[in-house]
Design a protein around this ligand. Structure first.
Ligand code: PMP
Length: 299
């Protein structure tokens, strides 16, 4: 996939530059040690034809928290970089897009902290792909990183080696995606998405602590409140998940995507008859709803 063309514009440390001409430092501590933090954000064409970034403030606040958790200097103002992000979208004629901000470190081959960080914001086209196909998911042989060894709630680049290994393993075995357990063997999350299951009219999802606290996960919990669907955050095992009526992954890129089976065990409910499907539809309405994102300082 071509992420950029000759005329693609990115935002780099305050300036709009061509992606093809932008320079990075090959001695960056981020490149060598995975010491960087990033976000995955989506924008959508709204019902009235506008472009809206979904939960931009939440994503950029998480970026700040991720950087802080890794002791990376972070001096950007959320509202200013949201505006810069809209400008990146507009300069590249993007409406339905995936936005990738990355905070990375200068040249530094030691493990010492840095006096400054760099921020790049890139975007590329990504359409809605909600519910196109139900997933066949397997339990990964890889567990999520131990939260005692990492700042697991930070969206840190280095953590994604674990995600890549798990996802590659699942695909090599003929599955669509992996599900990872935590260091105690409880269900944690997918390589790039949180997990919910539905049983007897109620939803369950692992609590925060050993997972990335997803913005889509929070949105699903909001939708459950709006629809009066009970939802419980608690630990559960892969055996309990196999007894579910239905299950889904949720994440900014994945949106809400149902599962066909888990470890070859098919879920008994027809996806279109589940509460999970209702949530999927409401999620789609929310992300494409008209009205601009409220900036944190607005009003
Ligand atoms: N867990 C992991 C490991 C992820 O990479 C993601 C994607 N950012 C998620 C969960 C879902 O997070 P969000 O809904 O904020 O995209």
């Amino acid at each position: 996939m071509a992420y950029y063309q000759d005329n693609t514009i990115i935002w780099l440390n305050g300036a709009f530059v061509k992606a093809a001409e932008a320079k990075t430092d090959y001695y960056s501590q981020s490149l060598h040690y995975g010491y960087a933090v990033f976000e995955g954000i989506r924008s959508y064409q709204t019902a009235d034809g506008d472009t809206k970034i979904f939960k931009a403030t939440e994503h950029y606040e998480r970026l700040r928290n991720s950087a802080t958790a890794l002791n990376m200097p972070y001096g950007w103002d959320t509202d200013e970089i949201i505006e810069a992000t809209y400008e990146v979208l507009s300069r590249n004629n993007l409406q339905n897009a995936y936005i990738r901000p990355v905070v990375y470190a200068p040249a530094n081959m030691s493990f010492n902290p840095n006096k400054e960080s760099y921020l790049l914001i890139a975007a590329w086209e990504m359409g809605l792909f909600l519910g196109e196909k139900l997933l066949r998911v397997m339990t990964s042989s890889f567990q999520r990183p131990n939260p005692k060894g990492f700042r697991i709630e930070a969206k840190a680049s280095g953590h994604y080696v674990n995600s890549i290994l798990a996802s590659q393993e699942a695909k090599a075995k003929g599955f669509d995606e992996a599900l990872l357990t935590d260091m105690n063997g409880y269900v944690a999350e997918g390589p790039g998405a949180n997990v919910f299951f539905e049983k007897n009219g109620k939803l369950y999802t692992p609590p925060t602590g050993n997972i990335l606290p997803g913005i889509t996960r929070a949105t699903v919990i909001e939708i459950c409140a709006e629809l009066n669907i009970p939802v419980e955050e608690r630990l559960f095992t892969t055996d309990e998940l196999k007894q579910a009526d239905a299950a889904f992954f949720c994440g900014t890129a994945a949106e809400v995507i149902g599962w066909e089976s888990f470890d070859e065990v098919k879920f008994p409910a027809t996806w279109n008859d589940t509460l999970s499907r209702k949530i999927q539809l409401v999620y789609k309405e929310k992300v494409t709803a008209a009205g601009k994102e409220e900036l944190s300082k607005a009003g």
